[in-house]
Design a protein around this ligand. Structure first.
Ligand code: ISE
Length: 336
């Protein structure tokens, strides 16, 4: 059995460089052999820093015999094409969320993976590797709070990259809650709705902020997610699952409590990359181990597809003002 996986990273922006560092320093099972970026100088400087080859294009990186597995961290609209190309070359591919821009592209990925006859794709829903969420999942599935009835969640950001738009509140931000809530509840969604709310004067652009996103599951549970994409007091993620016998809540990250000036002070985080740093580390460690064992075991192309279908329904609901149904085809055998 191979001991090390040779990885190529497409996309050398902020999260790409974070993952390059992670794959180099934190995951003993991986060695970075190549990088690519739409903006070639970004790939060249990453290649220098991580002592690997800068490929001219993502496609060149994918076909390289020195690359066993591909990590896609490029701009969202380019994800699907790179994933399809990797599948075409029978390479493992880890794709940051979203898997694609549309549900239809996700279906193409699912069809390609099935035609390849083996699981190749993993989607970067890193919260599934956060110790807090993992403990919540364990408590729910071991019946410690009885049947789960509802989830109250909040996703609060202090800022966004320039060019942010209203729909990104779903496709880039709430997509994490879309994934983690169905994972926690082990159920699929039935409907999605966006509710209007008084707008924050702290928004630095023209998009709608905040938004409230409502989901129902097939067994009738309700999920409400407060999504603040800009101007919040901290990067703060909250999640409370209410069951018929109790509640489980996402723990805050550990930080020092200071008692001074007749007050107690506990700092909160400001950056999502720091808030989930350990989850990202575990996610890539598990990914590498699973590939060396033959196949990825994390969030699948199906999970990426369901997130896109749900996101589309939320976006439609914002336009229609009504709850929108979420209709899924039968889950293929490969993802059972
Ligand atoms: C970013 O892409 C993420 O994945 C973060 O979790 C989210 O909080 C942030 O708003 C996104 O821009």
């Amino acid at each position: 059995m191979k001991q090390q996986l040779r990885v190529g990273v497409i996309g050398c922006g902020a999260i790409g460089r974070e993952h390059l560092r992670r794959l180099t320093d934190v995951v003993p099972e991986t060695i970075v052999t190549g990088v690519a970026d739409y903006f070639l100088p970004a790939a060249q400087s990453a290649a220098e820093m991580f002592h690997c080859t800068a490929f001219q294009t993502g496609e060149d990186l994918i076909v390289s015999p020195d690359v066993d597995a591909v990590v896609v961290t490029s701009a969202d609209p380019s994800h699907a094409a790179y994933v399809l190309e990797a599948i075409r070359h029978n390479k493992f591919v880890f794709c940051e969320k979203p898997l694609a821009q549309t549900a239809e592209e996700c279906q193409q990925i699912i069809a390609a993976e099935q035609a390849a006859g083996k699981k190749l794709v993993q989607v970067g829903f890193m919260r599934r590797y956060d110790r807090g969420y993992m403990a919540m999942k364990h408590a729910i599935s071991s019946n410690e709070i009885g049947a789960p009835l509802m989830i109250h969640a909040a996703h609060r950001n202090m800022s966004q990259a320039p060019g942010f738009e209203t729909d990104y509140a779903v496709t880039r931000v709430a997509i994490h809650e879309i994934d983690i809530c169905r994972w926690l509840l082990d159920d699929e969604y039935a409907t999605a709705q966006v509710l209007g709310v008084r707008q924050s004067s702290r928004t630095s652009g023209e998009w709608l902020n905040p938004q409230i996103m409502m989901l129902t599951t097939r067994s009738g549970q309700r999920i409400d997610v407060e999504v603040q994409t800009d101007g919040a007091y901290a990067y703060d993620i909250q999640c409370h699952v209410v069951g018929e016998d109790g509640i489980v809540s996402l723990p805050d990250p550990t930080s020092v409590t200071k008692r001074a000036a007749a007050a107690i002070h506990t700092p909160l985080m400001t950056d999502w990359k720091d808030r989930f740093i350990e989850a990202y580390d575990i996610e890539f460690q598990e990914w590498a181990k699973s590939l060396l064992n033959g196949a990825p075991t994390g969030p699948s192309a199906w999970d990426g597809y369901v997130a896109c279908v749900t996101g589309d329904a939320l976006i439609r609901s914002r336009q229609t003002g009504k709850p929108e149904d979420i209709v899924l085809p039968e889950k293929p055998e490969m993802y059972q």
